[in-house]
Write a protein that binds this ligand. Structure first.
Ligand code: SF4
Length: 458
């Protein structure tokens, strides 16, 4: 295959029912994008909302390798529209790769565009600085540091524990750079709170609530690293749960509350529910047994794959199947040296996992793997997974949902090309628009639609 343009156009031709917006989005997410100086932000003092590094780095280089993008942050997300492919509005999370064939830069007219192989392929919009980012907490911390928003402002991302107790090669998930990301921000002298104080979180939320008068922020996610022992004297359910409890007491029902945590025993899951959490994300990461054991050695050792899956099913009895939404990291199935060597095998395995959960009414979702260079899998696979895998996954995901009569999961915003705000994979861009469920929110019928990136940690 020649140029990246040829690869993309070939896949658009072969998979005409996958929205072309999703083809570009997946390619940008798996491979990253370069930024010209005119497309960077002026950090928190400017007019463009900067990338917050809300959990992982989601970059293809370490900060020192990113050049000017390490000093002037790129935007949190970009929106693609128009151009020769006539793209509908597509929100894409920013993953920086100075060596990418994709580049965001201003054209001769001064307007930002996305260029592929040197040719302009779409207009680019960047998120305006939200008013709530302009206000500091009483201790001087920024709202972006304590309670960043993503998904074009839809989701407040509360990584309240910015490291993971699975530590080192024998325990860390092989695609995860949460611990490295913490170290690199500290080394760069950036503010990066390891454990967020609950009062700090409440104060940041108060600022968001006060200035988000249009009520764009719709959901919050509580997440962070796995807790195998305790943090501040609390076990995992108690630690993440006590933020939810405090938020729900202070702002009852203001946002859809979600928690990304390990697959915990039933009593712990019940605690989340009792604290007011509405959606639970016990991420299963990768379906294949051998790959789970190799890629998630800590989870395998402490919990084990079979028990992990059993707990996911058990949690549906507490939250309702619609509100249990486990994530997997799409693409690691094909990572060398252990992954599947053909797209057919990888899709077959992933579909087996989708069928396992969807047959129980549980709708998994996925984030597109970003091969961060400080992770073992990222180091061995700097190009990520083949684009064809990602396109065929969108097809398989939608087909499996149809097979089991499911619709887009709650908490992710509106589905459909041109509507979706979920920015770290294009599964929401690839589902049909205007489903009845899209306006319903959670199974309990609370808030509207939904979104989350969620890349999700644990
Ligand atoms: S994916 Fe989650 S459990 Fe695995 S190392 Fe990262 S933070 Fe820890």
């Amino acid at each position: 295959m020649g140029s990246r343009t040829a690869l993309v156009e070939d896949l658009m031709k072969r998979f005409p029912h996958v929205p072309r917006e999703a083809v570009f989005k997946e390619d940008l997410l798996r491979g990253g994008v370069a930024f010209g100086p005119s497309a960077l932000s002026d950090n928190e003092g400017g007019e463009v909302k900067p990338k917050s590094y809300f959990i992982f780095s989601f970059d293809h280089g370490t900060l020192p390798e990113l050049g000017e993008a390490a000093l002037r942050r790129p935007p949190e997300e970009i929106i693609l529209t128009g151009g020769p492919y006539d793209l509908r509005r597509t929100v894409v999370s920013v993953r920086v790769n100075p060596a990418s064939p994709y580049r965001v830069a201003a054209g001769p007219d001064g307007l930002l565009g996305l260029y592929l192989d040197g040719k302009r392929i779409s207009d680019v919009g960047v998120p305006p600085m939200p008013e709530y980012y302009r206000h500091k907490l009483s201790n001087g911390k920024s709202v972006m540091e304590v309670a960043p928003t993503i998904q074009w402002g839809y989701l407040i991302y509360l990584t309240v524990f910015r490291v993971c107790q699975y530590f080192g090669a024998k325990e860390e998930c092989q695609y995860c750079d949460i611990n490295h990301n913490w170290r690199q921000h500290k080394a760069a002298g950036r503010p990066y709170t390891g454990v967020k104080d609950v009062e700090e979180v409440l104060e940041a939320l108060e600022i968001i609530d006060r200035y988000d008068t249009a009520k764009v922020s719709t959901a919050y996610t509580l997440t962070g690293g796995a807790i195998t022992k305790t943090v501040a004297g609390r076990d995992e359910a108690d630690f993440y749960g006590h933020y939810a409890k405090a938020i729900e007491e202070r702002f009852p029902g203001r946002w859809i509350g979600k928690v990304v945590a390990q697959a915990l025993p039933r009593d712990d899951v019940q605690r989340f529910k009792d604290y007011g959490v509405q959606i639970y994300h016990p991420n299963y990461e990768v379906w294949d047994r051998r790959l789970f054991e190799l890629y998630c050695p800590g989870k395998e050792r402490y919990v084990g794959r079979d028990e992990w899956h059993k707990r996911i099913l058990d949690s549906a009895e507490i939250f309702g199947a619609r509100n249990v939404i486990p994530n997997f990291v799409a693409g690691v199935e094909m990572a060398e040296p252990f992954g599947f060597t053909t797209v057919d095998e990888a899709i077959a395995s992933t579909t087996e996992g989708l069928r396992f959960f969807m047959s129980q009414g549980i709708t998994p979702r996925f984030t597109t793997w970003c091969p961060e260079p400080t992770t073992p899998l990222g180091k061995a696979n700097p190009q990520g997974a083949p684009l064809e895998y990602h396109i065929r996954l969108l097809e398989a995901y939608r087909a499996t949902m149809d097979e089991f009569g499911l619709s887009s999961p709650p908490g992710y915003g509106p589905p459909g090309p041109g509507n979706a705000v979920f920015s770290v994979s294009s599964f929401m861009d690839s589902l049909p628009a205007n489903e009845p469920s899209a306006a319903k929110g959670t199974a309990e019928g609370t808030a509207q639609g939904a979104t989350e990136d969620e890349p999700s940690a644990v």
